[in-house]
Design a protein around this ligand. Sequence first.
Ligand code: ADP
Length: 229
Amino acid sequence: MSAVSHELRTPLTTLRMHAEMLQEGLVAPERLPVFYDDLAHESVRLSRLVENVLAVAQLEEGRRVLQLRPGDLAAQIRDIVDDQARHVERRGFPPVELALPDEPVTVRSDPQAVEQILVNLLDNALKYAADARAAGLRVELAALADQAILRVQDRGPGIPEADRDRVFDRFYRVARERDAHTPGTGLGLALVRELARGHGGDAVAAARPGGGAELQVRFPLASAAVRPT
Ligand code: ADP
């Protein structure tokens, strides 16, 4: 509760102060674009945070049952990355490099959950790899014999080996000097893993070859005889 409340306070304070300054005409016209940008950024952050908290609570209370239907995971991923393009650009990153198979990748998935998974992974990459933004982000989907693997890669500091499992625990954050002021609750990856497991798959963290973080989400292919756990 305190981790979440603390995180709610910062965007709310920014929103309130910005709104009051606009109301009182205290913002010079040339600074307006920056103000509007901050307002948009903080409201997106706030709604995503609230969505994550609600999603974790709903799963925990058994109020959310994933609606798994066969569909093309590659097409879903392309749409989500397209939807996030402006957000990525606003954070000063080049367009996401997308590597998808030519053939459809049929997976029994809940599109809303897939979106929550990918948006959380992209948000983390934008947040933790901000210093390496020039290197951009890469999203890859590979179809193997019985599973599809989604990889989200950045060139940031990566996740130390000792923390690679624990980052999926609720509220766990890597203790790093450089991230001391990076906002976050430690709920994002816990949600990603729970949603992946709800598909009968899993989520893991790896080191990206050449440096950076690689987050993998595995989904059983619809044709494979894998039962959801
Ligand atoms: P939050 O970002 O809110 O702290 P998450 O559950 O999404 O929580 O992530 C847990 C922790 O994993 C983060 O605090 C961060 O230390 C680490 N982490 C996640 N993604 C990355 C990444 N792409 N690069 C480096 N560290 C990461």
